[in-house]
Design a protein. Structure first.
Length: 308
């Protein structure tokens, strides 16, 4: 048994980043694509009634922390344990809701502040690219330096992260190492993590000894539900793959039948062409009657008479 609990779980993630403003501020500054001088100075957490609703399944597969900074920029931080295509659309929906909600305070459109949705995904969903960091925002399709400020969506595929990458962003690497290397099997944290004040504080928070028996039951329940959800998703995917395979087989069978039909039609046309040519040659010899030519070739009298 290790010394720590996994920081990606609901209980631990929210204890770290949902109760310690300095840690979520450090995480956001490290992960978000801010320009020089745009870093977050201080934040406040959203009130509970503003947190997006969750379905029964999402309560156990999605962990979130929501806050805003002193410039009124909004931040939604989520840990997604498994990937579905619907998740990306739900992220866009919730970020849009947060952006629109600013107008309910009587804010002028000119004063609307951007919303950043930072999403850690404990799964691989972009299998065709090597990058783990994916940043989406509104840009001109030709002049990419022309940007409409508003929504910023960031997805980080944790399984793809390798410590050697992004070496120029120290805090980003340290936080990602924390999220990917620390779990129930960790007996000793890497020295690089312990040497950093913020990450070291996060490590203290996830020490197993700091959790009560009741909290540990909630922690275990979270992973049980994640495991069940993952099993269901794998089952759904397997069924979908099987259905797709059967559809492909049926399509191939239809295409093969069509090809055979076309081949048979082509052979029939060739045979008929040969008969017509034979009939034309016999007719040119003037040695047989039209009826005799028809009987010999199998053509009708009308077809023979029509031959030049």
């Amino acid at each position: 048994m290790g010394k720590y609990l996994d920081p990606r779980a609901d209980l631990t993630f929210k204890k770290i980043f949902g109760e310690h403003k300095n840690l979520v501020t450090s995480l956001l500054n490290a992960m978000l694509p801010f320009k020089n001088g745009e870093f977050i100075e201080e934040i406040e957490y959203w009130p509970p009634d503003k947190i997006p609703d969750r379905t029964e399944v999402e309560k156990y597969s999605i962990v979130d922390v929501c806050c805003r900074d002193n410039h009124q920029r909004e931040f939604i931080v989520e840990m997604q344990m498994s990937w579905t295509e619907a998740f990306k659309k739900r992220v866009l929906l919730n970020a849009s809701k947060a952006y629109v909600a600013q107008t309910s305070k009587g804010m002028s459109f000119a004063n609307l502040q951007p919303v950043y949705a930072l999403n850690f995904v404990n799964d691989i969903f972009q299998k065709d690219v090597d990058d783990y960091y994916h940043y989406y925002h509104l840009v001109h399709d030709k002049y990419t330096d022309k940007v409409i400020e508003g929504l910023h969506l960031i997805f980080i595929e944790l399984p793809k992260f390798k410590p050697a990458s992004f070496s120029e962003r120290k805090m980003q690497v340290l936080w990602l190492r924390f999220l990917t290397e620390i779990d129930e099997n960790t007996r000793e944290a890497p020295p690089e993590l312990l040497e950093n004040a913020e990450v070291s504080e996060a490590l203290e928070i996830v020490e197993r000894a700091a959790f009560t028996d009741t909290e540990m039951r909630f922690y275990d329940k979270f992973w049980d539900r994640v495991s069940v959800q993952k099993t269901l998703e794998e089952s759904w995917k397997a069924k979908a793959d099987e259905a797709e395979a059967k559809a492909e087989q049926a399509k191939a069978a239809v295409e093969e039948a069509e090809a055979r039909t076309k081949q048979a039609e082509a052979k029939a046309e060739q045979a008929e062409a040969r008969l017509i040519e034979t009939a034309r040659q016999l007719k040119a010899l003037n040695m047989l009657t039209t009826q005799q030519i028809a009987d010999t070739t199998g053509l009708t009298v009308e077809q023979v008479e029509a031959l030049a």
